[in-house]
Design a protein around this ligand. Structure first.
Ligand SMILES: [Zn+2]
Length: 247
């Protein structure tokens, strides 16, 4: 029994190593495949990149495709300072709100509230009772948008889309920081006041408690597993560095 345990540990250890190697090979392989364009533009500049969904942004890069966006010949010249800004926007997955407003509004139009129904299902679990594995069946709950799903509990929730935009500031130490907006029902409320959105700029909340719907149909989360994931970025700077300049 002791030997078996050691072997298992060894196997798990080896498996961990091999997964790490496979992982790094994959990453290496992917970046190796990223083709670069021949560019004759001199000086710092950012190319327009566009996605199939119609989003656009500027990257200080020459990759033919980058993060699902395709490079266009069109470019804007950048100052040294703007090179840093565009790197920061890239790192934080921020794109221009005004440049993308049309496609964002089209997405918002599609994001209609919907109802979900709670249901129960049985799941077999195994726990160690001393040295003996004990199997038993437990009841779990999830949500579905199918009103004819089996084992509905009768509870419903309204799922509702909310939107967030961001501003980027430079603080007194010359460091860029992101200040996100509150979540709103209509992105139009943020236009003019906010410059950027994250590439994922909306989330679905349960209208009853305003908590994020953080799992989809069929996953093994219990109803209590709903957690709040909001405002992390704002809290940090409440008493933090002074913000001196907006971008
Ligand atoms: Zn170029």
């Amino acid at each position: 029994m002791k030997n078996l345990k050691i072997n298992l540990d060894k196997m798990i250890g080896l498996r961990g190593v091999s997964l790490a190697i496979v992982g790094s090979l994959l990453i290496g392989g992917l970046s190796g495949c990223a083709k670069k364009a021949d560019c004759s533009v001199e000086g710092n500049h950012a190319h327009l990149y566009t996605s199939d969904e119609g989003y656009s942004t500027y990257y200080n890069k020459e990759y033919l495709t980058y993060d699902g966006y395709e490079r266009q010949e069109e470019y804007i010249p950048l100052t040294e300072e703007e090179v840093d800004l565009y790197k920061f926007l890239d790192k934080k997955d921020l794109i221009s709100l005004s440049d993308n407003l049309e496609v964002i509004l089209a997405q918002q139009e599609q994001n209609q509230d919907y109802v979900e129904y709670r249901y129960s299902y049985k799941k077999r679990v195994t726990r160690m009772g001393g040295k003996v594995p004990v199997r038993r069946t437990v009841t779990r709950y999830s949500w579905t948008s199918d009103p004819n799903h089996s084992d509905l509990t009768g509870e419903t929730r309204v799922c509702h889309y909310v939107y967030q935009a961001c501003n980027v500031y430079k603080d007194e130490h010359g460091k860029y920081v992101v200040i996100p907006s509150e979540y709103v029902d209509d992105i139009n409320d943020l236009v003019g006041e906010y410059t950027y959105v994250r590439k994922i700029y909306y989330k679905v909340i349960n209208l009853e408690n305003n908590l994020e719907v953080d799992y989809e149909d069929g996953q093994e989360e219990s109803y209590d597993a709903v957690k709040q994931s909001n405002v992390a970025d704002t809290v940090e700077y409440e008493n933090g560095p002074k913000l001196v300049k907006t971008y």
